[in-house]
Structure formats: structure tokens, C-alpha cells
Design a protein around this ligand. Sequence first.
Ligand code: SF4
Length: 456
Amino acid sequence: MTDQNDNTPLPVLEQDDKKTTVGNYFVSNYPPFSTWSTDHRGAALDLYNTPAAPGTPLGLYVHIPFCRKRCHFCYFRVYTDKTRDEVSEYLDAVLEETRRYAETERIRGRKLKFVYFGGGTPSYLSEKQLTYLFEGLKEVLDWSEVEEVAFECEPGTLSTRKLECLKSLGVTRLSLGIENFNDQILELNNRAHRSQQVGNAYDWAVDAGFQQINIDLIAGMLGETDANWRHNIDTLLEMKPEAVTIYQMEVPYNTTIYKDMKESGADEAPVADWGTKRRWVTDAYAALEDAGYTVTSAYTAVRDPDAIKFVYRDALWSGADMLAVGVSSFGYLTNSDGGHSGGMHIQNQHDIVPYISAVTGGDSPVYRALPIDKEEALIREWVLQMKLGRISRKPFIDKFGVDPFEKWAGVLKGYVDDGLMHIEGDELVIPRQTLLRIDTLLIALFKPEHQGVRYA
Ligand code: SF4
């Protein structure tokens, strides 16, 4: 979570040489989180008492907020000091929260399509805790048709036994938060793991036989250089993971980097400018393509696009129901017409103490929510799917009765005239260089009242 008291407008990237300043650039949802409100909590709980339209996909997001160390660029609410008993108490709360949802009209009898364990660091949990958590979740929800179980890991928390445990529990997509292969850079950014652990974890994960291993990297960590970024790319190519995700470093509020900037009076973050970060990602994608990979979104490249899917992302971006459990987790429920008329964003308490107290006291841990109308649902799905680089207007006309090319005729014409994207028949096509700055271009598609507000 970012600083709840910050009212800075969304930053806009204009020039390649623009310095990295503080703020969130990444558009991960719509409308922005800052517009969600405790006023809608009751309406969100009511929606659990209504059935979903038949065929609406259902996913489960489970948040594990524990980490070994807090990275200097991290803006999430994470805990690095919890005892084993406190972690167990948290897992019990997550299971109790899930059990209650499983009995609601909205969830009862439905089969999960995907499950995602995010954090924090889900792999912080021991084998015993993981087994307890997975078995508890499987007792109350139907996993019989799950297509993907995605699980985020920090390499230094893994062992052969833990990876075998995760494989036996059903994890299909193992995501390794490597971020960089250089020990000095990992140290400078306060990452908990080191390069030796990366190599070991990757080899063990390959041996365990996961369907898909994804490697996360960040372009522009503190201390990054051209030579080291080249080393990162070369190491990545030697490892040959099924999927690669590359983010460009941003410096949100509530990070240690920002706190240091504030103390020193700096208005520019001590990381590479946006042009350099985009060049590094461009170089990485070019090298991956030379090695046979296909770039499938603004952030991802995969070795085999026919075999390697990311169900969580694709379902979420096209308006699936997502039940979210755990502290600060956020989910989405469609209206009972399958989401044609909109739905509801829902977020839990973002601190562990009120979260656990709510659940153990028999109350709901939901903290804030936002009902969204048809237009906002259309904007949400369209802007998120634009990140895939190619988007057809037809499904949007079918679902919402609105032609996106007409709705955004002026904005899209401007982007097309500027050479940022082009139209091929029914599709809007967004080339690589534009995709690398897509987040800033999406804001013009928001409703006017959402264009100048802080994001988180
Ligand atoms: S591992 Fe991830 S969640 Fe944990 S502190 Fe680092 S960035 Fe934050």
C-alpha cells in the first residue's frame, strides 16, 4: 500500500530523458485505488448474497504479507518480524475468512478456475504451514477444475523439499522474484537473497518439474549499469525459463528510497531515467526474441506462447470474479448479469491486527470497496487489455454494447496520428516502444474525474 495521506496527482511521462521522480506510474486496476471507500463496505458484503451469472469465471487470490527483509523499493505493507505463532494465527484467519465466503450465495458450489498466492513472500511459509494452508483452502473451495495455481517466491526461502512440497500441493506456475543477478545491487536494494541462492533455487525448481517457471526482473534498481544489465540478460538467456516478467523501477511513496529522498531534499530518485529503463527493457526483449521468445504483454515474454498461459492475468483483465483473502488483498465481483453492467472492487483491512481481529471477532475484514458502472467496467477491461499490445473491439461491443473505437475516437486518433499505435481491421495494435510507456498513455482513457487523482 502506498501512503494513504498523499494527494499528489498521477505523474505523466513525456520525454525519454525524464528523470525518475516519486510516484506510481503502473496502472494495475481502474478506477484508481484512492477512489475506493469505506462507504461502500455494506454494498460489497451484500453482493456476496447474490449469485454470479452462470459461466462467470472464479479465481482466488491469497495474500501472504511476510518477508525476510523489506526491499528499499517496496511499497507494500509487509511484516519482517512475525513469530511462527503469529504467522499461524494469520493462516487460521485466512482459512476462516475463506470458509465464510465459501458459504455465501456468490461462491457456494462454484469451481475455481485459478488460484494466485501473492505477497509479500508466499514462499516465506514453511512446508508445514504451506500444507496446512493449501489443504484448508481445498477443504472449503472446489479446486477440481483449477487451470493454474500461481505462487510467488523469494529465491532465498526455497529448498528442494519446499519446492517438492509446492509441486505436490498443485502449484503450476512458480514465479521467482529474482529482480537482479548482481550481489552488490541486491544488497544495495536490501533484497534478502543473493545470486548463489538464485542459481540453486532455479535448478531445484526445474528438477521439481513445474509446468511453468517465471523469472521477475526489474530494470533500473539502485546501482544498475549498462554492463550489469547486459549480464542480467545473458544470465537469463542461459537459464531459459518458460516466462520472463520485466518491470521498470518506479519509486512510489512509502518506500525507503522515497524516505531517503525526503530527508536529503532530493526531488529526483537515485535510479536511471525513464529513457534508460525503457532502453534496458527493449534490449532484454530483443535478446529474448533472438532466443526464440515471444513478447506477450508490456511486461512479459514467453518461450512458447501456445503452451505458456497466464490465466490469472487474462481472467482478471477480462472481468472474472476474484475472491481475495488475507490482509490488504483486493478482489472483484461482477454484477449478477456477468459484469455487463459493472461490478464491485473490494479490499480488506490493510493492517494485520485489525484484519485478524475482524475475522476472529466474527466480523468481515472488508475495509473499502467501489461499485463500478458499465462504463467503468469497460474502461477497466480495455485499458488493462491494451497492455497485451493487440486488442480487438468486437468482444467489447458484444459485452458492453459500446464500440471502443467510437468511444475514444479522439484520443485514439491522437495516438495513431502520433505514430504510437495503429489500427488493423477490428484491432488496435500497440508496438513495443509504445507498450514500454503504456501506463502513462492509458490515463487519457479514464473518466475525467479519475485523470488527476493519485493512484493508490
Ligand atoms: S520481497 Fe517483495 S513484498 Fe517483500 S519487501 Fe521485497 S518487494 Fe516488498
